[in-house]
Structures are given as C-alpha cells and as structure tokens.
Design a protein around this ligand. Structure first.
Ligand code: SF4
Ligand code: SF4
Length: 140
C-alpha cells in the first residue's frame, strides 16, 4: 500500500468512507483496550506558549499509526509534529512552544501526546528552519 499520499488526499478518502472508518477504528480500539474516543472542540482552547513545557508522544494508542488521525498536526501552529505511518507521531522539541493544543485535541484515552516539563532548555526555533524528514521516511 502506497502511504505517500498528501493530507488533502487522505482527508478526501477518509470522508468518502467516514462511517466505515469510524466504526473500524472504534472496533479496533475497543477490541484492543477499551479506549474511548473524545473529540474536543479546538475552538474552546486558547493556546498559550509555555517555555518550561514540551509535548511528548506516547504512540501506543496513536491513531496516526494507520493514518487514522492528524488532529494534533493540524492544530500545531509551530509545525512541530510529524506523522510517521506505522509509528505514530514524532515531535520536534526545538519547534515545540509548549502551547498544549496537541494534548487538548488528541481524541484517545490515555492521550497519545502529553505535556511535560521541558527536559533541557532549548530555545524554540522558527518552523521555517525545521529539518527535512530523513530520507526514505514517508508521511501521511
Ligand atoms: S505543545 Fe503546541 S507547539 Fe508543542 S507540539 Fe503541541 S501543539 Fe505543537
Ligand atoms: S491527535 Fe492523538 S491520536 Fe491523533 S495523531 Fe495526534 S497523538 Fe495521534
């Protein structure tokens, strides 16, 4: 299966089979570990940068493993999150400004992305200076 499709293409395909996808994701999660999905209203959250905080990924329940979700990627204004098919997400700590939006919108329980105290003092960088993905690494 070719995983190198754009997010736009993925969304188009997802919407065309939304009902089936929702049920299959729900069934898969229920069968796995009774993981409830909670869809947060992102408009209700005001992102506030916090220098001493950073987002960390816990990909065990991340739906991005199967390109089933990219809510945090869409919400992150710093472009600090990258989807890795088959793995989940990866967060660039240097781009993360600790705003907490990703944790807020993550629909799975327990959250697949969480905020924690920043391990080392790394001044956040501009998304424009973000490194390109390693060669051969695909994205959704
Ligand atoms: S905390 Fe904010 S800046 Fe950091 S990864 Fe999450 S959404 Fe992006
Ligand atoms: S919002 Fe949560 S489940 Fe969705 S891609 Fe991000 S970490 Fe994974």
């Amino acid at each position: 299966m070719n995983m190198n499709i754009s997010r736009k293409e993925f969304l188009k395909k997802s919407l065309s089979s939304l009902g089936k996808a929702v049920f299959s994701v729900k069934d898969a999660l229920t069968a796995q570990a009774e993981v409830p999905l909670v869809i947060a209203d992102a408009a209700e959250y005001t992102p506030t940068p916090q220098e001493d905080q950073q987002a960390v990924a816990d990909n065990e329940y991340c739906l991005a493993k199967n390109c089933g979700c990219f809510a945090c990627v869409e919400r992150c204004q710093s472009q600090a999150i990258k989807l890795i098919p088959g793995v989940g997400i990866r967060i660039n700590a240097q781009l993360c400004i600790g705003c907490g939006s990703c944790e807020y919108v993550c629909p799975v329980t327990p959250k697949a992305v969480r905020m924690q105290a920043r391990a080392t003092k790394i001044p956040p960088q501009s998304a424009l200076s973000a490194e390109l993905p390693p060669k051969g690494e695909s994205s959704c």
